[in-house]
Each structure stands twice: as structure tokens, then as C-alpha cells.
Design a protein around this ligand. Structure first.
Ligand code: FES
Length: 177
């Protein structure tokens, strides 16, 4: 290659495609905009789904009564639980009917009638030694077994004994009636 050829090559137009100023600006601003939008939106998404992602505490037991105070005759015991449902927290009051069975073991029944959800009571003139529902007359025996109107037996709380105290856990289908 002589000297003239070298000069021609040096002045030949470049074949490389260069980015225009407009393209450069749109890429830069687009990227910065996406970054900022992500920074604003991601925390919002995280905030919205966080309670769903959090593990729910299972099997919490509540201390309700001393074991020595539980009799063969069912007694009404009121207690509070702490509930977390997404962002909503509450402390509903619950009722359990607690008694000792023929085997001497403590058990606890839900007072919610399995017909349409009214609250049952134990014994009294209208239904001696039975649970009775004031709404449509359902009857259950001491073990919560359904005798009349209601299609199922009363639910049963999970029961745990510890250090002389009775603890109640979640409700389960009745295993006694
Ligand atoms: S709700 Fe209890 S009998 Fe109907």
C-alpha cells in the first residue's frame, strides 16, 4: 500500500452505525424512568402481599382454667384469642364448655350450634343434662353428640394439659359423639 492509498482509507466514511443523540437520550431517560418506577412500585407490591407471605402461627394454645376446677358437669369458660388475618388484628372472645369425660380426661366443646350457628347452653329445665339451642330446639348430649335438629355434633377444642392448667387450641370435628 503506497502513501496515497493510506490517506484514502483514513478519510473513508466509517461504516460503524453510531447512536444518534436522540436514541442516546431516549435510552438513558427510559432506563432512569424504569429504575425510578421500580423503586416506587416494588415497595407497594411488597406492602400489599406481605401479610399473605408471612407464616401464620398455627396451633396456638390458650390457658383457660386450672385442671382441679374442671368437674364432670360442663362449665362455661370464656377466653380471648389474638387473631391476625392479613392486616387485620383482633381479640375475639370465645366460649368453651369444659368437662371431664367418663375416662376422667378433660374435654372442651364449642357452643356454636351445628344447625345454623346459634349459641347452645348446658342443661336447665327445658333440657336437663343436655346442651340445648334456643333457636330451633337442637339437643346434644354431654359429649356434644347431636340428638335432634342439628346435622352434626358440636365441635371440640384441641386440649392440652400443662403444669396443672388446661390449654385450648383450635377447633376440630367432634371425636366423642
Ligand atoms: S341454630 Fe341451633 S337449632 Fe337452629
Amino acid at each position: 500500500m503506497d502513501h496515497n492509498e493510506q490517506q484514502d482509507t483514513a478519510h473513508a466514511p466509517s461504516k460503524r452505525k453510531e447512536m444518534t443523540r436522540r436514541q442516546f437520550l431516549s435510552y438513558t431517560l427510559g432506563g432512569a424512568g424504569a429504575f425510578m418506577a421500580g423503586g416506587a412500585i416494588l415497595p407497594m407490591i411488597r406492602f400489599a402481599v406481605d401479610p399473605i407471605l408471612q407464616k401464620k402461627e398455627k396451633g396456638n394454645f390458650i390457658k383457660v382454667i386450672e385442671e382441679t376446677k374442671v368437674t364432670n358437669e360442663p362449665q362455661e369458660v370464656k377466653f380471648k384469642i389474638h387473631q391476625v388475618d392479613g392486616w387485620y388484628e383482633s381479640d375475639p372472645k370465645l366460649i368453651a364448655w369444659i368437662a371431664k369425660g367418663d375416662d376422667g380426661k378433660v374435654f372442651a366443646l364449642s357452643p356454636i350450634c351445628k344447625h345454623l350457628g346459634c349459641t347452645v347452653s348446658w342443661s336447665g329445665e327445658e333440657a336437663p343434662n343436655l346442651y340445648h339451642c334456643p333457636c330451633h330446639g337442637a339437643r346434644y348430649d354431654k359429649n356434644g353428640k347431636h340428638l335432634k335438629v342439628a346435622p352434626k355434633s358440636l365441635d371440640e377444642y384441641e386440649v392440652k394439659m400443662d403444669n396443672g392448667w388446661v390449654y385450648l387450641g383450635p377447633l376440630e370435628p367432634n371425636s366423642r359423639g
